[in-house]
Each structure stands twice: as C-alpha cells, then as structure tokens.
Design a protein around this ligand. Structure first.
Ligand code: ATP
Ligand code: MG
Length: 382
C-alpha cells in the first residue's frame, strides 16, 4: 500500500493532523466550564475552526451540550434563525421521530420538517410563519436552546463561527441587541464568537455604540509556536518513512512564519515531491515553496485583477519595505510612485477594509505571508 501524504491544508485539522494548541484548549475548556463568553479572532487559516471543534468534542465528553454553527453563508435574518434551529437539532440524540417530537414541543412558531439531503440521509429543516418578524423568531430560538439545555440539566457551549457576517445583515443592530439581551440571562451557557476579519470583529465587540460591546473575553488566536510546528512536521515525515532533517524542518517553519496552513501546505508539497530514503535538502525545500506558490497563484491573480492601481502600488511597497521603515516618507512615496501620502493612506485603508492588510497603530502589514512572497516574486522594485 502506498503511504498517504500526512499533511492536509484543505480540511480541518483533527486527531493526528492536529498540532499542539494545548494551552488554548485548556483555556477555552476553562471558559466553557465557567460559562464565560469568548470572542476568538485571528487571521484567516490560523486554525480557529479546527481548534474550536476539538474543544467542543472534549466539552461534549465532559457532558456539555455543544452547538456549532457557521454563519458564513447566512444571507438574511430568516436564514440565521433556520440555521440555528438546525444546529440545535443536529446535536439531539435518539430516533428521527423522537427528535421531531422534541423539536415540535420546544419551538412554538418554527415548524420542523423532515427532509432528505443529497446523500439520501434524513435531516431537519424549519419553516417560519409568513409575515412574522424574523427577529422575534431569533429571540425564540435563542430562548429555546436555553430551555432545552435546562430541561436536559446540561450546561452548554454555543459557537458562532465567522460571526462578523452577522454585522453585514440588514438588521445587524437589532440582531446584535437580541443576542446581547438573551445571552446576558443565560448563566449556564458559554457563547463563543469567532471571526477572521479582525476589523469587523473589533467593530462589533469593541465599539461602545454597538450592542455587543464588551460582550465577552477577547481571545486573539496566535500562530502555533515554532517549536511545536517543527516537531510536528518532523515526526509526520518520519512516521511515513521520509527523513526530513531537523534543520530543514526549522527552515520550513521559518519560511512559513509559523503559519499553520502554509506550514501544512509547503510540507504537503515537499512530502509529495520527495521519494522515500532520499535526503531532503534546502534546495528541495525551496522547490516545494515555489510549487506551493504556483498552486496558490491563481487565487492571488484573481485578487490582484480586482485591485485598482493605487492599491496594487501600496501592496508592492508594503511587500518591499522593511518592517520599521517610515512608510509615509517622501522617499518611499517617490520610490513606489505612490502619488502622495494621503493617497497612500487611502489605498491602505481600502486594503484593510478588504482584509488584505492589517493595521496595528501606525504599522501596516500584508496579512497573507504567501501573498507577500508572491508580490515580491512578481513585482520586484530596483
Ligand atoms: N492545530 C493545527 N495543527 C495543524 N494544522 C493546523 C492546525 N490548525 C490549523 N491547521 C492548518 O490550517 C488549516 C486551516 O485551519 P482552520 O480551517 O481550522 O482555520 P480557520 O482559522 O478556521 O480558517 P478560516 O479563517 O478560513 O475560517 C488546516 O487545514 C490545517 O492545514
Ligand atoms: Mg474557520
């Protein structure tokens, strides 16, 4: 049997694919045990969803009712209500008929239906009364989850993944108000809100004018510590019969700046290109990095195509400048053809809004480390 590539980058990390995060797991389990509300945010693909799924799995073993909901694809308020009701239904155990009866009793205005999904498996969907205000339905669903947990005598953990999406809905302020007023009374439920658009999450939870202001502990999820990632990469190679010298593993993690997704992606490319029993060198690593960039390039091409000239120039400047350089100086403006400092600032603001650039006080950086490499490779400035 051929060994299978042990590195994954297109699905959640779990079991032997999951590297460390022990401190975060303990902290989050502690928050769930004490029914604290938490706001977890990080850049894209740092491992929020993988982490929370693992934490929920452990919390479930400890006896918590656990509900996970991804709101990324929610388009309107009604969608949100139905998706939350469905997320609750999917945690219920027992026969379809029994769950159906329970759902009918806990929801007074939502109408559960049993349908069949694309694989022929039965699933629950929910109908709403026409003309009824979906925000009232939302209030009902939030309450019903609490009542259900109380009836079962369970404490609960409820996760809203990609929560910033809620802020884009038409009635965002009302939704946030209802969530705020409901969760304040739910003393035995830990609500965990997650998001990857830092500025949007900050707006929702850090702006005193927004209902969810101060609604929980802010937990920025950092990268995985290099020492854990190095060990992880090294041992995944070894367990599949390929030898990656420790120094090359270290350099791999350094090149990926300890980013979990890119570490997995480059490791995947390197593993794929190396035959067993062949010593892996820095040259092989360089080739694997280039292969990875060429595979991601179409995604970067399409982002680039949509950017106006000033924003492209701003990205080229950021990719080229040293971290501590005075970016609004006359020399920089001239070197990168940036027109003027105000126009550079405006371009950077737009890039922050698009979540391509991160702003920390007056320091700006390109969020995606490989996007930065791609820009450096394609648009070098002499
Ligand atoms: N603990 C981990 N151990 C190993 N690899 C990880 C870990 N966490 C994340 N990864 C890598 O990062 C990828 C993205 O993980 P995940 O989808 O959990 O991140 P995310 O922060 O939820 O991403 P997004 O911002 O797209 O929602 C995984 O496919 C995996 O390759
Ligand atoms: Mg995610």
């Amino acid at each position: 049997m051929y060994p299978v590539n042990p590195f994954i980058f297109d699905s959640l990390a779990s079991e032997e694919n999951f590297c460390n995060r022990e401190r975060e797991i303990e902290e989050l389990l502690g928050d769930i045990r004490s029914s604290h509300n938490v706001i977890i945010f990080s850049q894209r693909r740092y491992g929020k969803t993988s982490l929370i799924k693992k934490v929920l799995h452990l919390a479930k073993i400890e006896g918590f009712l656990t509900i996970y909901m991804d709101v990324y694809h929610i388009l309107d308020e009604e969608d949100l209500v139905k998706a939350y009701a469905k997320a609750l239904a999917s945690t219920m155990e027992g026969s379809i008929e029994k769950i159906f009866e329970t759902l009918k009793t806990i929801f007074s205005s939502l109408r559960p239906k049993i349908t069949v999904d694309a694989d022929g498996k039965p699933e629950f969907t929910f109908g709403v009364e026409s003309g009824r205000d979906p925000i009232m339905d939302l209030e009902e669903v939030l309450e019903s989850v609490k009542e259900y947990a109380d009836k079962k005598g369970l404490k609960a953990a409820v996760v809203f993944d990609e929560f910033q999406q809620i802020g884009q809905l038409q009635q965002a302020h009302r939704i946030e108000s209802i969530i705020r007023s409901q969760i304040q009374g739910h003393k035995d439920i830990s609500y965990i809100f997650m998001g990857s658009k830092k500025h949007l999450i900050f707006d929702m939870f850090g702006d005193p004018a927004r209902p969810l202001y101060g609604g929980g502990k802010m937990l920025p999820l950092e990268k995985i510590a290099p020492k854990h990632l190095k060990r992880f990469v090294f041992s995944r190679f070894r367990s599949t019969g390929k030898h990656l010298p420790k120094e090359v593993a270290s350099r791999l993690v350094e090149i990926c700046e300890s980013h979990p997704y890119y570490t997995q992606y480059v490791s995947h490319s390197l593993w794929e290109t190396m035959p067993p029993n062949s010593p892996i060198t820095d040259t092989d690593l360089g080739n694997a990095v280039n292969l990875t960039i060429s595979r991601i390039a179409p995604r970067y091409d399409s982002i680039w195509d949509l950017l106006p000239l000033r924003q492209r120039q701003a990205l080229i400047a950021l990719a080229d400048l040293a971290p501590n350089e005075k970016i609004f100086s006359g020399d920089v403006i001239l070197k990168y053809g940036l027109a003027s400092a105000p126009s550079f600032r405006k371009a950077l603001k737009r890039l922050v809004d698009k979540s391509l650039v991160d702003r920390d006080q007056n320091t700006f950086s390109i969020i995606d480390v490989f996007f930065k490499k791609w820009i450096q490779m394609n648009f070098s400035i002499e």
